[in-house]
Design a protein around this ligand. Structure first.
Ligand code: HEC
Length: 296
């Protein structure tokens, strides 16, 4: 008992010192954003320290309460046995405190009925009160349940709940529609403006690896009929967008916009069959890709 009081006092002391430190540094002027964030953190710390303090206090109160109850059990028992107290609700609470077994298993226990069937005796035991209250609770619960789910139809039943969740999930998927396993359905751009934008994107970003005329250097030749990852516009778009990181082809997603990727894709395809000087030998599989033509 003494030891626990000592530790409790120690705990209070540390909590109090933490509290003091917290308030002192929270008062320092928070001029810029990091300082503000720090102040926020200190507020949070203060909150937890206060909460911890409250918890500690409750724990101590509980402890004291239990000690008092244990010490005063005989007196409490006498109080509980008074007929004016015994059958009231507060009396029952008191009964739980002093540990009256009748509150758990009922008043009548092992009282024999005067039936005797070939030596089989019948007892007339009370249903335990906790069981009866539990039973009552299930009945109340059933009414609330039927009212909530079937009468007012406020609650969602299984199927409806499932459908709602699926709808929400679908919304989430649509928000980030960026699935590397799915192909886009673009057509190559053919206007002069798009192709010249594509060209300038190519020259700054791609030429170092694929050559100034797409003849191929580190990266493959883009002007021949051989493709490692497909030469159709949407395959090329996908290769450029997500890259082949393990093979040194950069993922341009996030560096170029979707439109820019389509522009550079279209520009690269416009170079098909241009037969540049010093071409890199073919890589991949032969695939006859129709060179995109300007639509008239
Ligand atoms: C750092 C070097 C590098 C840069 C920069 C680079 N690539 Fe590549 N690229 C590669 C390599 C290496 C490969 C071959 C990947 C493989 O072996 O799978 C490749 C493959 C490709 C392919 C697939 C070719 C095929 O045969 O399927 C395309 C299309 C492509 N790059 C286009 C581009 C475009 C467009 C750019 C500029 C926006 C670009 N690359 C920038 C290195 C690069």
């Amino acid at each position: 008992m003494l030891a626990s009081v000592k530790t409790a006092r120690l705990g209070l002391l540390t909590a109090a010192s933490l509290l003091l430190n917290g308030t002192v540094s929270a008062q320092t002027p928070a001029a810029d954003a990091p300082a503000k964030a720090a102040a926020m953190n200190e507020q949070e710390l203060l909150f937890w320290v206060l909460l911890g303090l409250l918890g500690l206090l409750l724990l101590v109160l509980l402890f004291v309460g239990i000690m008092v109850a244990v010490q005063m059990r005989p007196q409490l028992r006498q109080l509980y046995d008074l007929p004016t107290v015994h059958n009231t609700w507060s009396g029952k609470m008191l009964g739980l405190l002093v540990g009256d077994p009748a509150l758990v298993r009922g008043d009548v226990r092992d009282e024999e009925l005067d039936h005797n069937y070939d030596g089989i005796r019948e007892f007339d035991n009370d249903l335990p009160p906790w069981w009866k209250y539990g039973f009552g609770f299930t009945i109340v619960f059933a009414f609330v349940y039927v009212g909530y789910y079937h009468v007012t139809q406020k609650g969602q039943l299984q199927t409806a709940e499932y459908e709602t969740e699926m709808r929400q999930a679908a919304l989430l998927v649509a928000a980030g529609a960026d699935d590397p396993t799915k192909l886009t359905t673009y057509l190559a751009l053919t206007t002069a403006a798009d192709l010249s934008s594509g060209k300038s994107i190519y020259v700054t970003n791609c030429a170092p690896c694929h050559g100034a005329n797409a003849e191929g250097k580190v990266g493959p030749n883009l002007t021949d009929d051989f493709w490692l990852h497909g030469g159709e516009v949407n395959h090329v778009y996908k290769t450029i967008k997500y890259g082949i990181p393990s093979k040194g082809m950069v993922a341009w997603k996030g560096k170029l916009s979707g439109k820019q990727i389509l522009q550079v894709t279209s520009y690269a395809l416009s170079l098909l069959g241009s037969q540049p000087a010093n071409p890199k030998p073919p890589q991949g599989e032969k695939e006859a890709v129709a060179k995109p033509l300007a639509m008239r």
